[in-house]
Design a protein around this ligand. Sequence first.
Ligand code: SF4
Length: 330
Amino acid sequence: MAAKKKRVVSGMRTTGKLHLGHYHGVLTNWLKLQDDYDCYFFAADWHALTSEYQNPAIVKESTRDIFIDWLSVGIDPEKATLFIQSQIKEHAELHLLLSMITPLPWLLRNPTYKDSQVVGQGEEQATYGFLGYPVLQAADIIIYMANLVPIGVDQLPHVELTREITRRFNYLYGDTFPIPEPILTELSKVTGLDGRKMSKSYNNAIHLSDDEETLKNKVASMVTDVQRARRKDPGDPEKCNLFPLHPLYSQPEEIAEICSACPRAEIGCVDCKKILLRNLIRGLAPVHERQSYYQNHPQLLDDIIADGTEKALAITRETMLKVRAAVKLS
Ligand code: SF4
């Protein structure tokens, strides 16, 4: 008999269109995981509201777009269960119960919360929901009895908090949940148009849904090696903001040529950008084709979400029966 696959849970906040940072940082890992694990991938619309509570329309809009992008890059609903967090109310119930047992100092020392206070987001961001989002995250994971959580190294403190909350629940009410382990994923370096991390908040992203004209304008506006002020100045791909996109989209011989020509000023940034643009358009063409397909088949998308929701609900209902019994609420 085949061994039971380990279960993986991961979500993505629905705060806007997906960009190349999401694709190369998260989705390429999901594509590998879906082949080897029992994967549950969800659109984290409740998490999105922790920062976008004043703009809920963007959350609604991006939820559908995110599913289209997932499917368009190759996330396969036959291999992974795809659903929307807010359609599974059991996450909220478990979040509430975990809130009862989570000591406040554990949340106050969360680096994301501390950083938001340092950069002066103040009361706007210091909501009860934002402070408590790691508890919701713990509920999202353990409600599926997950074994593994794929994360980048910067998210290790969050998974550690999930593990601490889970251990505390098991200690107080008896062994109920497996303690999930992090799987550290390799993060591709994708910087934004301006050299900072690609992010919606910096408005510096290349989106998976950008059309050719938009890609052209964005690539043309990209900061390259800031030391290379003129065409005749030698450049350094290592210090160039645009160069990291070449290994993701260009051919090895093109990359080798750029690496040899750039430091000798034998290629200008305008030509280097043209090579990248051509390859980017070619690389994203199949994604764009599938995006149009799903946009033109809304019923198919609804069915995929409905199937995933049904499967996720069956598991969470079973988990909550055990949880309510453990905390003597049944
Ligand atoms: S030639 Fe290419 S790699 Fe070199 S600095 Fe310009 S954009 Fe960057």
